[in-house]
Unconditional design. Structure first.
Lengths: 130, 102, 130
């Protein structure tokens, strides 16, 4: 099976990002492909490189970075949602005249078309949200 | 086509479970995850509604979410099956489609 | 002249359904999910919208948002037709529970029972919830 995951909520605030992560790990363990994870609404906040959660708790962003790197998962952050919430890559930061960029490696900013494409290409598209 | 429905909010907080049950077709499945697990327990104000729905819909609960909230399998409504995340994955593959009720 | 995305879509046409169950303005889901609908239509997919539970309030006539300092995006629902998004469905029970009728809505919709909506959902290829 080829999976697409849509994550609609931000890290820590809601369990969505965690649930999606556990699902993705399990899907991969079962030999399936997680083609794309699309971060929308507050989900874009999962892409911040600047989170410093307590040492004894999980680092949600870094967990995703590792899983994506090891399994070639396409991690897409919606540009419109990201702009609203201040998640910027180097290009966007420059374009918008902001003093820095804050997106973690592996995440890439792109359009909603990537979500639609995931809906078309994947066998299953799951939504994790509130 | 059979659908897998996921319900992630508590039935005492939101009407998600009610809405899901009212639209889920006979033969479909509901997986309770996150705070949705509270709908799987015996002796609550929604237990009867869930038991009744189980006449035509299969109910599952995500074990890790159940345990995280201090609940155990002996507290479940009869007939609800516990799955782990790999079981969750299997359910999505076994059914033709997945719909999240948020 | 063809738009860029019009050149891309030679592939399958899938049935996408968007289920809207939340009221507008209290949260961003109504607005941002509409953006997904528009993009999906631009990809020439077969799009249906369902308004159920508090989602029916998204298409309520007479939204005046100046007082809360937010943009009134409800006119966008009327623009959907121009994007060939014409399959708008409303759940009758949700209208009744809220004391609303079709006359209260700002777009033409098909009012269905929950049972009928459930059947429609089963026919979809991809369902997105926000």
């Amino acid at each position: 099976m080829k999976y697409g995951l849509l994550i609609n909520e931000g890290p820590y605030q809601h369990q969505a990002v965690d649930s999606a992560y556990q699902f993705a790990k399990a899907a991969i363990a079962k030999g399936h492909e997680v083609f794309r994870v699309f971060f929308y609404h507050d989900g874009v906040n999962a892409a911040t490189d600047f989170a410093v959660p307590p040492q004894d708790d999980r680092n949600i962003t870094q967990q995703w970075v590792k899983l994506a790197e090891e399994n070639n998962i396409d991690m897409v952050v919606c540009i419109a949602a990201a702009q609203r919430r201040g998640i910027l890559d180097v290009n966007e930061a420059e374009r918008q005249g902001k003093r820095g960029d804050n997106i973690a490696p592996v995440f890439r900013i792109s359009g909603l078309g990537q979500l639609v494409e995931a809906g078309i290409e994947c066998d299953r598209l799951l939504t994790f949200g509130d | 086509m059979t659908m897998l429905h996921t319900v992630n909010k508590s039935p005492f907080e939101r009407n998600t479970l009610t809405s899901c049950i009212s639209m889920a077709q006979s033969g479909s499945a509901v997986l309770l995850i996150e705070d949705g697990i509270f709908a799987s327990l015996k002796g609550t104000s929604v237990s009867d509604k869930v038991s009744k729905a189980m006449g035509s819909i299969s109910f599952y609960v995500l074990g890790p979410d159940l345990n995280a909230r201090g609940m155990t399998e002996d507290q479940l409504i009869d007939g609800i099956k516990v799955v782990d995340y790999e079981g969750f994955v299997d359910l999505t593959a076994e059914h033709d489609n997945v719909q999240a009720w948020l | 002249m063809a738009e860029p995305w019009e050149d891309e879509v030679e592939g399958p046409v899938k049935k996408f359904m968007f289920v809207n169950r939340k009221a507008p303005y209290g949260t961003i889901y109504a607005l941002e999910s509409l953006e997904v609908v528009l993009i999906t239509a631009a990809f020439d997919q077969d799009v249906s919208l369902v308004f159920s539970d508090d989602g029916v309030y998204q298409i309520k006539k007479g939204q005046v948002t100046d007082g809360i300092g937010m943009k009134n995006f409800s006119p966008t629902y009327r623009a959907l037709e121009g994007y060939d998004v014409e399959k708008l469905y409303v759940d009758k029970e949700s209208l009744d529970e809220r004391g609303l009728t079709e006359d209260d809505l700002l777009v033409d919709v098909e009012v269905l029972s929950r049972a009928e909506l459930g059947k429609l959902m089963d026919e979809q290829d991809t369902i997105m919830s926000f």
